[in-house]
Design a protein around this ligand. Sequence first.
Ligand code: ATP
Length: 495
Amino acid sequence: MANDINRFQAIISHCKEYGFIFPSSEIYDGLQAVYDYGQMGVELKKNIKDYWWKSMTQLQDNIVGIDAAIFMHPTTWKASGHVDNFNDPMIDNKDSKKRYRVDHLIETFAEEQSATGNEQLAKEVLEQMDALLAKDDFAGLKKLIEDNKIKCAVSGTSNWTEIRQFNLMFSTEFGSTEASEIPPSGGGGANKVYLRPETAQGIFVNFLNVQKTGRMKIPFGIAQIGKAFRNEIVARQFIFRMREFEQMEMQFFIRPGSQKEWYEYWKEERMKWHLGLGIPKEKFRFHDHIKLAHYADAACDIEFEFPMGFKELEGIHSRTDFDLKNHQEYSKKKMQYFDNDMDSATGKAYGNYIPFVIETSIGLDRMFLAVISHAYEEQDLSTPDKPDSRAVLKLPAQLAPIKLAVLPLTKKDGLPEVAERIMSDCRPHFRCFYEEKDSIGKRYRRMDALGTPFCVTVDHQTLQDDTVTIRYRDTMQQERIPLDKVREIVMAAVQ
Ligand code: ATP
């Protein structure tokens, strides 16, 4: 456990030191649970987005993408259930004034118990918690906390308030005048708008726009990548739980009654997507939800083994027709699809219906953390006469921020000119980096720390026989190859 915490700290420091992630507005001491992506982070994040987008849209004939606005008519959130139900139960410690999400408080207690060998108690407490949460039994949850003498980490006391609900949506004012600028449809009309807590609703309200203009036939999907905002009570664990984050979501519209089959299909597809990056399957597991969200008839998480243990990375939800039905009711606009395919059971066309939906929803930042934490390794390379070590990011080549570093051995003798030729050959195809400062060993180490899968070194022999040394990040092996093969080798690995 202590080692895992140290490893997590080392990853956070590495992200900062090498320009992946900075605390937001750091010169003002930061803003809790808000982070900025630096020059390397932005590339890795974009590559993860592209990998998801390609697999969800380009490689599917029946899924298209959209990019909906963050602001939506406030009635959207009434219809979706978020105004009334998007709450987390929380509890305050009266002595420290610290606020906890009830499930996190109990989970932390269970983790401590299992770390000290009390596996049985940990298991029982978690089972009781799941059952009580499923019934929204706050008195029972409070009793569970009291019976187990769960203490506040700050004050060390068990002096707790009652458990209350806390809505996680951020709100702001819309428009600059006193008079409302929001059309009063479905009971709107005030100036208050929300920052979307999920991207999914932008897809639901556009369901018919896309279906009609794209002439989509059920089953079909709509994918979206975008920012979401949640006023998390306990925002911690670096980019795992942020107040501003990005989601990559896909809503798949299907015939009512076919949801079980499509739910299983997307569970399997999404797991395949994760494994496609070469991360071992032991790092992932499914976790079925006991307490279902207000919109779901089945739901599970794909959990990943983060440095702090197995946690949710992606959710797969069978959302029924809950969202479309409610939007139809609140907006008074039909959200139905006309299906003229024959139902073999009745011999008639399926006709008009509100589609059911399977959702796959993954946090981009959580995926970033999964990828970088799996890739990070500290290696001891000491020999009997020389201590040595390296920090390396063994990122999948297609996600690495820089694919190729081109390194002339010296700054003179025409070597930079040859290096520049390689750069101009490769630059249009993938991200390259040119570096002539420092010893070659130091340059290799820096590229290892950034996760660059290939380095090529141009030396005096290059001038004679047009070969360069290629060095592979993971094995650190080096070999001589013809200069004109560089582009091909890198392209084969990064596509
Ligand atoms: P959790 O239980 O961890 O709060 P959730 O079940 O509320 O997550 P969903 O509403 O299913 O999450 O959101 C889908 C995905 O969005 C999650 O699997 C996660 O990857 C990501 N996500 C949700 N909340 C956050 C957050 N605060 N910061 C970063 N990513 C998040």
